[in-house]
Design a protein around this ligand. Structure first.
Ligand SMILES: [Zn+2]
Ligand SMILES: [Zn+2]
Ligand SMILES: [Zn+2]
Length: 141
């Protein structure tokens, strides 16, 4: 891993008051450098050696700190992607669409031109997940 990337990951962990461990740094960098969302298994496949329980706990702590978010799409195992927007530890407030490609099966966080604002009277929305299926940029070219 590039030294600069490591420093950036350290900073993210420090900002969220998470202690810095080699596993946390590796997991964060794997998620950060991937263009598409990754499943726990895909993340594990990129690590030299790992313990499934520890990896799972690491992902949970990242989610509850607002560093990454979980994307659960019907028929697919949960995928994880970095929170590009400012997410707090309590709410994940994303203004992007989760796009799954029917050709390559990749799941991507994509910016949409217009995101609908959804309000439900008397209900408080803590997270909103907008999902779309289709053919991604690299598959359509
Ligand atoms: Zn988030
Ligand atoms: Zn595709
Ligand atoms: Zn996303």
């Amino acid at each position: 891993m590039i030294f600069d990337a490591y420093n950036k990951m350290k900073e993210i962990l420090q900002n969220k008051n998470l202690s810095i461990t080699p596993l946390r740094l590796d997991v964060l960098e794997i998620i950060n450098s991937s263009l598409s969302a990754l499943s726990a298994q895909e993340i594990g496949g990129k690590l030299n050696e790992y313990d499934r329980v520890t990896l799972y706990r690491t992902l949970k702590s990242f989610i509850s700190s607002g560093i990454i978010h979980e994307i659960s799409l019907a028929g697919l195992e949960p995928k994880y992607a970095l929170c590009r927007d400012e997410c707090s530890s309590e709410t994940h407030n994303h203004q992007h669409v989760h796009f799954s490609c029917i050709e390559c099966n990749k799941v991507l966080c994509v910016e949409a031109e217009k995101i609908p604002i959804i309000k439900i009277p008397k209900f408080s929305i803590k997270s909103l997940d907008i999902q779309a299926k289709g053919i991604c940029e690299s598959c359509s070219s």
